[in-house]
Every structure is written in C-alpha cells, then in structure tokens.
Design a protein around this ligand. Structure first.
Ligand SMILES: [Zn+2]
Length: 339
C-alpha cells in the first residue's frame, strides 16, 4: 500500500511538473504574443516601406492586408498562415506559376519566367512565400499593374480578386483607414446608453416572437421609443433605409469584416449617409418599432433594437450570436465610466 501510494504521489508530482512546463515543440514555434500597440507599429512600418516601393497610399495597403486577414480568419483551413503577421494568402501554384515544375521555386527569374505572382519584396533575391514583405509586395505588385490612383486600384483589385465583394470591402477598409490615419481601430461600444432603461437576453436561434417562423438571428434589446442607438464599432455605413422585416435599419461594416445590423429604428441620425465612417459610441439612430409592412409601418411589436452581426466569408455571410459580445462591451464600457 505504502509503495503504491508513494508511486502514485511521484507520478502525480511528475505529471504536475510536466504540465506546468511549456510544451517545447509549440513553445519553439509560437512566438510570444506581442502587445497590440507594438503589433500596429510594426505593421505600419511595413505598410510605409511598401508604400515607398509601390507608390500606393498606405491606407490601400493596410486595407488589402486587413481584408486578406479577415478571409484567413473566416476560413483558416483553406487559407493556412503563410507569413508571420500579414494576412495574405496565395496558392502555391499561383506563387511560382502554374506551369512551373518546381512548386517550391524561390528564384525571382524563374518565377517571373513561369508568370508566377511571387515577387521579392525585401531585396534578398529570394522569393519566399513565408516572408511578410514578399507576400505583401507580390499582391501589391499585381493589383497596381493598372496604376496606383484610387480609380486604377479599383480596376486592379477587380482583376486580381474577380470578386466585387472583395473590391467593395477593400474600398471600405481604405476609407476607414483614411478617416482616422491609424491602424488601431478595434475598440467597441455598447449600442444603447448604459444609463437608459433596457433589457436583453440570449435568444440565439429561438423562434421569433413576431413576424413568422424565421430563425431569430440576433439579440433584441428592449428599450423605450427614442432611446439613442450607437455604433458598436469603427466602421462604414453600408446600408441605410427600409426593409420589410427590419423596418428602418442600418448596416455598418467594420475592419473585422463584420456587418453590424441595427433594425426597427424610429429614425436615423440626421446626417448619416451611406459611405460615412462612424466611430464606436456615435449615435446613428433611435429605438423604435418599425417593420413588418410597407415603409413607415410601425407598432406591430414593442419598441426594441434588433442587433445582429454577420461575418463575411468571401462569397457568403454567416450570422453569429452577438450576445457574448454585447455582454463584454457593456462590461468594458461600465468599467471605463467608473471613476
Ligand atoms: Zn430581433
């Protein structure tokens, strides 16, 4: 008994100490997570050096990289990480050229010969699909083939992505970056004033209380008529107007490529226009009960803000449960307000 107990004790100690050690394999591969400020500084340095190299404004470069990053986040299996920080993904055969017999070719001349996209962005004479500068420069070189003016880049982006959604997203991101001239634009706010009277529950996927049998994609925040509705993010107004179900509604796109949907509004903030850039906490409209009928129909249900978030996966969008985010933003804002 004694020895077994002792043996068990030793085994437990061994397991505990082993578990507390960093796993060597992952420790060696995964670099320590950098603080956000440092990450944004390093990114900006890369964008500025690429701007000098390509004659493109850094806001375009940031927008392309960020768009690609959101695609990789949405489809990590189809788009494994290639570089250290940049979000760019390029298929191997595109990188070296479709007819190139060497799929790991890193020679600038032969890649160019086989019409591959891969370019040397850091002048080390190696075209590496795992180097941030090479990855980014290769895409920038391709999209700026028709020129570097805003108009020419829209054409270049279309030629490269052959997807109008991709072009629209990158244009939207470029406008957000141009408005604030910084990369650090991921702060959030709660959509209602914390001092107002409101209530909300997690009703993800539940049937709608009104308006038929469609699955409820969002969170209903109940509040009185006319309570301010605020943008939860830095973003750009993508849609504003009447929808049969949503009533007066606003759709705002952020830099995570999330589409924030605010429905059943009583009205919109006076000077809010499609294409306008907004910041977290900015008032965009007021709580109402519009919807489920012709433009102007309202009062078919109690006043509330229907809030939904959709993520863009390239060609389609998925709704995800906004409730955990709302809880987090509410708590963060409460902490900020506390003296
Ligand atoms: Zn709802």
């Amino acid at each position: 008994m004694f020895t077994i107990r002792r043996l068990t004790f030793i085994v437990i100690i061994f397991l505990l100490s082993y578990a507390s050690l960093p796993a060597f394999s992952t420790y060696a591969v995964e670099p320590e997570k950098k603080p956000a400020a440092q990450l944004f500084d390093e990114r900006m340095q890369l964008y500025e050096s690429m701007s000098l190299l390509t004659n493109m404004r850094w806001q375009w470069i940031a927008a392309i990289d960020q768009y690609e990053r959101t695609m990789s986040k949405a489809r990590p299996k189809a788009r494994p990480k290639l570089g250290e920080d940049v979000g760019i993904y390029i298929e191997e055969h595109q990188w070296v050229g479709t007819l190139n017999p060497d799929s790991n070719d890193q020679h600038p001349n032969s890649i160019q010969w086989f019409d591959g996209i891969g370019k040397d962005g850091n002048s080390d004479n190696i075209v590496s699909r795992n180097d941030d500068s090479d990855l980014l420069y290769s895409v920038l070189h391709a999209v700026s083939a028709t020129g570097t003016s805003d108009e020419a880049l829209s054409i270049g982006l279309w030629n490269y992505y052959e997807n109008s959604r991709a072009v629209q997203r990158i244009q939207q991101f470029e406008q957000i970056y141009s408005q604030y001239n910084k990369l650090d634009l991921f702060e959030h706010a709660f959509p209602l004033p914390l001092r107002s009277v409101y209530s909300y529950r997690d009703t993800w996927g539940a049937g709608r209380g009104w308006g038929g049998k469609r699955i409820h994609e969002g969170t209903d925040l109940f509040a009185g008529y006319g309570v301010n509705v605020k943008s939860t993010c830095y973003g750009i107004v993508e849609i504003k107007g009447w929808n049969r179900y949503g009533g007066w509604r606003i759709g705002i796109r952020d830099l995570n490529n999330h589409y924030h949907y605010y429905a059943h509004l009583q009205g919109f903030s006076k000077d809010l226009a499609i294409g306008q850039v907004v910041s977290p906490g900015e008032v965009i409209g007021w709580v109402g009960s519009s919807g489920y009928g012709k433009p102007g129909t309202s009062g078919k249900f109690p006043p509330h803000l229907h809030y939904g978030i959709y993520t863009d996966r390239g060609y389609i969008e998925w709704a995800f449960d906004p409730y955990p985010n709302l809880k987090r933003w509410e708590n963060e804002e409460r902490k900020r307000l506390r003296p």
